[in-house]
Design a protein around this ligand. Structure first.
Ligand code: ZN
Length: 301
């Protein structure tokens, strides 16, 4: 259809860097396999804190040029993952990064958190009807960890999936399309525990001033809720390396060192080289109790 590859994956994220941290391995894998991998990022991440001192002037309380700068970081990250289709919801700068919950800027005109969900979803419906993905990946209703833009990304993605399939909705945005499977980003509890045990065991070898806690990891759930697991399966770790490189490309936001990384709070976290998902809509492609090793399992083009 439309000359698009047979398998089509759409990821919806709040800020540049979320895609590489959550889905870098998955995106690299499907891009390498020739699937169409598309990323929609809802904001430019204008309100982020800046890690490198030399770039501190980009911050919102100074030059306020972090947004355009992060457009470049995202492009560099996508090059590392081999992903060529990455877009901003409604175009770059249409929705502005909101702050953490309760922040004053969340109520500013243009803030993503203040956006009307249906209006924002219409922009995504247009993308869904154009690309016709079988699989969509986004956050859970809590956004994984309660950030307003992540919660809003969940709401907009969920609404857009409904509206895109609705025959009577906005035919000017394309032919109706039903997304076959919807996944939420997850991390199994046992993987988080193991990662932090590794981090603590490394002690002073950890190259960051402090250590995060399990609570800093978004989307953690009991292992039995995980329905899909994606990673390097051939022992060459090419996708894990691509993920680390993509995270490194977001240098204003992420510092990567070996198997660990830190955000602007300088607290070390384990870098997860396998990625996990919970299927929340559509038919599972693996028997009950087994994890899918392919997000397209059970989906025919
Ligand atoms: Zn984010």
């Amino acid at each position: 259809m439309n000359g698009l590859p047979a398998r089509r994956l759409l990821l919806v994220h709040a800020h540049p860097d979320d895609e590489s941290i959550n889905n870098g391995v998955t995106m690299a894998k499907y891009a390498a396999e020739g699937a169409h991998v598309a990323l929609v990022t809802c904001t430019l991440g204008e309100e982020g804190e800046v890690i490198p001192p030399a770039l501190a002037h980009l911050a919102p309380d100074r030059d306020d040029t972090l947004g355009p700068y992060r457009v470049g970081e995202l492009a560099a990250a996508m090059k590392e993952l081999g992903v060529t289709d990455h877009r901003f919801l409604g175009g770059p700068g249409r929705f502005r990064d909101s702050g953490m919950m309760g922040a004053e800027q969340n109520h500013r005109p243009g803030a993503f958190w203040a956006a009307d969900v249906d209006e924002a979803a219409a922009h995504l419906v247009e993308v869904i009807r154009e690309l016709r993905p079988q699989v969509l990946v986004t956050y859970d209703p809590d956004g994984g960890y309660g950030h307003p833009d992540h919660i809003q990304a969940h709401r907009v993605a969920t609404r857009a999936v409904e509206l895109a399939a609705e025959p009577s909705y906005r035919r000017d945005l394309g032919e109706p399309h039903e997304v076959r499977k919807v996944y939420w980003n997850r991390v199994p509890r046992s993987v988080v525990d193991e990662g932090f045990a590794r981090l603590r065991a490394a002690g002073t070898a950890v190259p960051f001033p402090g250590v995060a806690t399990e609570r800093d990891v978004p989307g953690v759930v009991p292992d039995e809720r995980i329905t899909a697991e994606i990673g390097d399966e051939d022992g060459r770790d090419a996708f894990a390396r691509a993920k680390a490189a993509a995270m490194r490309a977001h240098a204003t936001q992420v510092a990567v060192d070996g198997p660990f990384f830190a955000l602007s709070n300088d607290l070390a976290q384990p870098l997860f080289v396998r990625e996990y998902y919970e299927l929340v809509a559509g038919e599972p492609g693996a028997p009950a109790g087994e994890r899918e090793r392919d997000l397209f399992a059970g989906v025919s083009a």
